[in-house]
Write a protein that binds this ligand. Structure first.
Ligand code: PBG
Length: 306
């Protein structure tokens, strides 16, 4: 009766990694229990998860090097496996809420979220590409687009692009406060998407900053975001609380790959009880103020809650 926070399966979004081909199930070595799946197996995975009560999924593509280029052409090619699979998922499971990723890095030969010229990321030129990508994704029937690229002004740009093309019902979950972080490395292994040079410090946020997160949240709200996200979650619980106390939009937190890997590694060594700390971690993110949690623990949590 007096418990103040609760985590339920309904709060969770499960990130999934998609690869081209058939019968592919390749474990991400730094993320035990998490696999890159081809479309056929991803459909099975989604079916299983729906039965466990997970209703929302964030699908990321792992793209082969030969399909990457400077301008991320494959990101808006309707015949490319990512967009084709999204369509198939929505056809088979209309009740599943599907979120997609808007950023250039999986398709970029530079491994950056934006367009690179002479070693610099070009903000405004990137928006045009993100717009094409978002439209192609919206066209598959998905519900939420997730701009994870951190270009300035992209939420407003994507909202008006979507609206002008009739996709007024597609929501935007903005990566509002996405910090430059060492906790993303396992994800970059999963997608083979590490930057080929430099780092992402010119577009992702400085971990030292809190007030800037509030500014980003105000801008995203004005630009038409439907959700505000903080990422990573655990080292930024204060930022989650800050946004919760100052914004009216739903707050999401991304419990990122490195946060998952740490728990799994320590559990494998017998240094801590993985199941117990999973519950404690998810609860702490809820307690900090997140309404929604993107987490690789989603399936494990849902199975344990049965
Ligand atoms: C890139 C992107 C990243 C993640 C989601 N989208 C990595 C990065 O910014 O380099 C990280 C997710 C995770 O670590 O679980 N657009």
């Amino acid at each position: 009766m007096v418990e103040e926070s609760t985590v339920t399966t309904k709060d969770l979004i499960f990130p999934l990694f998609l690869v081209d081909g058939r019968h592919q199930k390749i474990e991400v070595s730094s993320m035990p229990g998490i696999f890159r799946l081809s479309a056929d197996l991803m459909l099975k995975e989604i079916e299983e998860c729906l039965k466990l009560g997970i209703k929302a999924f964030d699908v990321f593509p792992a793209v082969e090097e030969q399909h990457k280029d400077k301008t991320a052409t494959k990101s808006y090619d309707p015949d490319f496996f990512y967009l084709k699979t999204l369509k198939e998922i929505k056809k088979q499971f209309p009740e599943a809420c599907i979120m997609t990723d808007v950023a250039m890095d999986p398709y970029s030969s530079d491994g950056h979220d934006g367009l690179v010229k002479d070693g610099k990321i070009l903000n405004d030129e990137t928006l045009e590409i993100l717009g094409r990508m978002a439209l192609a994704q919206a066209d598959t029937g998905i519900e939420i687009i997730g701009p994870s690229d951190m270009m300035d002004g992209r939420v407003g740009f994507l909202r008006s692009t979507l609206d002008k093309n009739g996709f007024t019902e597609v929501s935007i979950m903005s990566y509002t406060a996405k910090y430059t972080s060492g906790f993303y490395n396992p994800f970059r292994e999963a997608l083979d998407s590490a930057p080929k040079f430099g780092d992402k410090k010119t577009y992702q946020m400085n971990p030292a900053n809190r007030r800037e997160a509030l500014l980003e949240a105000q801008l995203d709200t004005q630009e038409g975001a439907d959700f505000l996200m903080v990422k990573p979650a655990l080292a930024y619980l204060d930022v989650i609380r800050l946004l919760k106390d100052n914004c009216s939009l739903p707050i999401a937190a991304y419990n990122v790959s490195g946060e998952y890997s740490m728990v799994k590694a320590a559990h494998q060594k017998g240094w801590l009880d993985g199941n117990r700390v999973m519950h404690e971690i998810l609860l702490s993110i809820k307690r900090a103020g997140a309404d929604i949690i993107l987490t690789y623990f989603a399936k494990e949590f849902a199975s344990a809650s049965r």
